[in-house]
Design a protein. Structure first.
Length: 96
């Protein structure tokens, strides 16, 4: 089956650098398509590792971001007494 499709790829410069590095190390000129297909095959063959990388690539909250959010905390009025502990539980249980 032959199919042509276009994928928007934001890492063109990185791909070009990788292409150049591969050439320097192997003296083999691979097309960008070849490199992406190889990367896909490696990912498919190492699926468990791929999943681990995806799960670890979560944007984590830095201490400075947490401090910034806590610095803008205010009294939201009656009925919100447990809000601070709920925020802490969500923030820290998800991150640690």
């Amino acid at each position: 089956m032959f199919s042509v499709s276009t994928v928007k790829f934001d890492l063109q410069e990185d791909l070009e650098e990788l292409q150049a590095r591969i050439y320097l190390d192997t003296k083999k000129k691979l097309s960008k398509k070849d490199i992406l297909e190889l990367a896909f095959r490696i990912g498919a063959n190492n699926y468990d590792q791929l999943i681990l990388e995806i799960q670890q690539d979560k944007s984590s909250l830095t201490d400075s971001i947490i401090e910034s959010v806590l610095a803008i905390a205010t009294d939201f009025g009656e009925g919100t007494e447990k809000l601070s502990s709920q925020i802490n539980k969500i923030t820290y249980d998800l991150e640690r």
